[in-house]
Design a protein around this ligand. Structure first.
Ligand code: DOR
Ligand code: ZN
Length: 425
C-alpha cells in the first residue's frame, strides 16, 4: 500500500491543507499511515494534475524522436497526469487495434495516463472515414478523433464524421489550416516579414475559414467540434460567435501561440517552424484574451518532438512542430498569471478540468478532496530558471524556449497516488 502525506499545501482557492493519499485516493490526513512518505509543501500550491488535450508521442514509428515512456516523463516533469496522444504515428491510430496498442503501452510504460486519439480518416488521407465506432467501442475507449497535422479539407467528410460520433459522444478535433489557400512551400505567417524572408505564407484566413465552416457543420449535426491550436484573432471571433449561438464547440491554445511571435523566424531557425505558424502581436493578444475569458476553453501543448535530421533542413523543408510539455505551465504562468490576466482557479479550469471533460477522462480534472483520485502537481510560484534543452526528458531537443528565463514551477507530480516526478530526486 503506497501512501503520502503532503503537509502545508495551498490550494488554488487560497485555502491551506494537509493532503493524504492512500492507494491512489485522497483520504483524511488523520488516516495517513505512520510510514507514509512525507512531502513538505510549505509555500507550494497543490493543483489537480494537468491534462494535455494535444500531445504527439511518436510511438509507434518514430521512437528516435519520442517514445511513450520519454514523452510521458516529460509530461510528468511538466505537471501533467494525463495526455491525449495524437493519431499521426506510423502506423496511424486509425483502427481499434492501433488505439489499443497505444493505450496498452501507456498503461505499461507511461508516467501518466495516455488517452489515444483516433484518426478521423484512414491513414490521415482525408478521403475515407476511419473505424470511428470500433475505436470508441474498443478497450481504449477513444472519445477524441483528429487527423491533426492535416486538415480535413472535404466538408462532406467532415459532416459525416461529426454525424458519426454523435451517438457515442465523440468529438471531432480539427487541425484548421486550409492548404488550398497557401502555396506548396507555405511555412510562415503571411506578412511583410514572410515576404522579406522569401518564405511562403499561410494567410490567417486559411485558419478562420475552416473554423467558420466547421462550427456551422457542428451546428447542423448537433455534434461536438474541437478547434485545435487557435492562433488568429479571426478564429477567436468565430468561436465567440459560435458559443453565443449554443454550438457545441471547444477550443484550445498552445503555450507557443501565447508567447512566441513570427519575428523569431528572422534567422531561419527551424525550431520555430510550426503549424499553425507563429503569428503577430495582435493575434497573440486576441488568443490571450480568449483564454482568459473562456472563449478558448483549454491549453493544449501540441508537444511535437522531431529528430535533428528532420529539423536540419532549409526552413521550408524542415518538419513543423516544437516541444511543449515541460514548459507549458511556466509559459501560461508568465503570460496569464504573472500579468494578472488569470487567477489560479481559472488556470486549473483551462489546464486540467476542461481538457479532462473534453476527452471524457473520468479520473482526471477532479478536485483535490477526500475520496477523489490522487492526481496533483505541487507548484512553486516563485521559482524561475533559464531553460536548457539538453536537460529535457524528451528524446527530441526542438525546444523553442531554450535560453529563455521562465517560471520553473513543478516541484512534484503525483499520478494515481504515485510520485511520477519530484525535483532533485
Ligand atoms: O507543427 C505541428 N506539428 N503541428 C501539428 O499540428 C502537428 C505537429 C506534428 O505532428 O509534428
Ligand atoms: Zn495540429
Amino acid at each position: 500500500m503506497s501512501s503520502l502525506l503532503i503537509t502545508g499545501a495551498t490550494l488554488a482557492d487560497g485555502t491551506h491543507a494537509d493532503l493524504a493519499v492512500v492507494d491512489g485516493l485522497f483520504v483524511d490526513p488523520a488516516e495517513a499511515p505512520q510510514g507514509a512518505t512525507r512531502i513538505d509543501a510549505d509555500g507550494l500550491l497543490a493543483l489537480p494534475g494537468l491534462v494535455d488535450s494535444h500531445t504527439h508521442l511518436r510511438e509507434p514509428g518514430r521512437e528516435d524522436a519520442e517514445t511513450i515512456a520519454s514523452g510521458t516523463l516529460a509530461a510528468a516533469r511538466g505537471g501533467y497526469t494525463c495526455v491525449h496522444a495524437m493519431a499521426n504515428t506510423d502506423p496511424v491510430t486509425d483502427t481499434a487495434e492501433a488505439a489499443e496498442f497505444v493505450a496498452d503501452l501507456g498503461r505499461r510504460q507511461g508516467h501518466c495516463e495516455v488517452r489515444p486519439v483516433g484518426a478521423i480518416t484512414k491513414g490521415l488521407a482525408g478521403e475515407e472515414l476511419a473505424e470511428l465506432g470500433l475505436m470508441a467501442k474498443s478497450s481504449a475507449g477513444v472519445r477524441v478523433f483528429s487527423d491533426d497535422g492535416r486538415c480535413v479539407s472535404d466538408p462532406l467528410l467532415m459532416r459525416r464524421a461529426l454525424t458519426y460520433v454523435l451517438p457515442f459522444d465523440g468529438v471531432i478535433a480539427q487541425h484548421n489550416q486550409d492548404a488550398r489557400l497557401a502555396g506548396p512551400g507555405a511555412c510562415a505567417h503571411e506578412s511583410e516579414l514572410s515576404g522579406r524572408l522569401g518564405l511562403g505564407g499561410w494567410p490567417a484566413v486559411a485558419e478562420s475559414i475552416i473554423v467558420a465552416r466547421d462550427v456551422q457543420l457542428a451546428e447542423l449535426c448537433k455534434s461536438r467540434l474541437h478547434v485545435c491550436h487557435v492562433s488568429t484573432a479571426e478564429s477567436v471571433e468565430v468561436i465567440r460567435w459560435a458559443k453565443k449561438r449554443g454550438i457545441r464547440v471547444t477550443a484550445e491554445a498552445t503555450p507557443h501561440h501565447l508567447l512566441l511571435d513570427t519575428s523569431l523566424l528572422e534567422h531561419y531557425d527551424t525550431t520555430f517552424k510550426v503549424n499553425p505558424p507563429l503569428r503577430t502581436n495582435e493575434h497573440i493578444e486576441a488568443v490571450r484574451e480568449a483564454l482568459a475569458d473562456g472563449t478558448i476553453d483549454m491549453v493544449g501543448t501540441d508537444h511535437a518532438p522531431h529528430a535533428p535530421q528532420d529539423k536540419d533542413h532549409p526552413f521550408d523543408v524542415a518538419l513543423p512542430g516544437m516541444l511543449g510539455l515541460e514548459q507549458a505551465l511556466g509559459v501560461v504562468m508568465d503570460v496569464m498569471i504573472n500579468t494578472g490576466r488569470m487567477d489560479w482557479a481559472t488556470l486549473v479550469q483551462r489546464m486540467s478540468v476542461a481538457p479532462a471533460a473534453y476527452g471524457r477522462v473520468a479520473s482526471q480534472g477532479r478536485p483535490i478532496a477526500v475520496g477523489e483520485p490522487a492526481n496533483l502537481v505541487l507548484v512553486d510560484p516563485s521559482a524561475r530558471g533559464v531553460v536548457d534543452r539538453a536537460q529535457g526528458a524528451s528524446i527530441a531537443k526542438n525546444n523553442p524556449y531554450h535560453g529563455r528565463n521562465l517560471p520553473d514551477p513543478v516541484i512534484a507530480t503525483v499520478w494515481a497516488g504515485r510520485v511520477t516526478y519530484q525535483r532533485g530526486t
